[in-house]
Write a protein of this length. Structure first.
Ligand code: CTP
Ligand code: CA
Length: 225
């Protein structure tokens, strides 16, 4: 597939996507983060745009370039990402949580650079808001799609997240497979929704993004039918 069929268009849809990692500050010069490249989320933004949607991309710090035509909102922390999503969700019809949001942040951001003293340093972390679950909880929630990065029992954990977070769809990838995942240009996905599932075989992230956006478009039509 190179081009989406015209029948599965996303014209009139507003798609909000989160992408990339978040950075959680420790002190003015340090943070904790993860290896997310943002490539999958940016590919989804490009695919949604190609299918005629209006796209808002809320992104953590990445090196990939945003496709022209998307509204890009740059953020650093999970809390900033949550605020940016919530300020743009009112007229969204689709939300895709593709960001690797840090589950925890340092409980306190130390005001001055931490100096080297003791042999050991202990940091205490506190839970970040779950952006995806918060969007799914909204009274007029958009069609909500999550991602699940798993290293084992992919289908079990993905289906658990689908029901527990009350999502419309979840796309799971096995990050223990080193051909795909975080920094790779390729990915493979197992997609689950309440009434079905589909395996999207290993492919370039843009081709995979087109296939996932088409699945979303089909299920969106079903939901509104
Ligand atoms: N997510 C989010 N906000 C968070 C954590 C996760 O929006 N604070 C979203 C991710 O963007 C992804 C989905 O939730 O779409 C699942 O992320 P994942 O890390 O696989 O699941 P968690 O619920 O965080 O559970 P765990 O890390 O324990 O597997
Ligand atoms: Ca997580």
């Amino acid at each position: 597939i190179t081009r989406p069929p015209a029948s599965l268009s996303l014209t009139n849809e507003h798609v909000v996507i989160t992408a990339g990692p978040t950075r959680e500050a420790i002190d003015p010069v340090r943070y904790i983060s993860n290896h997310s490249s943002g490539k999958m989320g940016y590919a989804l933004a490009e695919a949604a745009l190609a299918m005629g949607a209006r796209v808002t991309l809320v992104s953590g710090p990445v090196t990939v370039c945003a496709p022209s035509g998307v509204t890009l909102i740059n953020v650093q922390s999970a809390e900033q990402m949550r605020d940016a999503v919530m300020s743009n969700i009112d007229d969204a019809t689709v939300f895709i949580g593709c960001a690797a949001v840090a589950d925890y942040r340092p409980e306190q951001v130390v005001e001055q650079k931490i100096k080297k003293h003791d042999e050991k340093l202990t940091l205490t972390f506190t839970k970040n808001p779950d952006i995806l679950a918060d969007v799914a909880k909204l009274e007029r929630a958009p069609f909500t799609v999550g991602f699940a990065a798993e290293t084992q029992d992919v289908s079990f954990y993905a289906k658990d997240k689908l029901t527990r977070k009350n999502l419309d769809m979840i796309a799971a990838n096995d990050v223990s497979d080193d051909r795909i995942g975080f920094n790779s240009d390729q990915n493979a996905l197992s997609v689950f929704w309440a009434k079905g599932e589909k395996t999207l075989e290993i492919a370039d992230k843009y081709q995979l993004a087109l296939q996932l956006m088409q699945l979303i478009s089909e299920q969106l039509t079903q939901k509104h039918a």
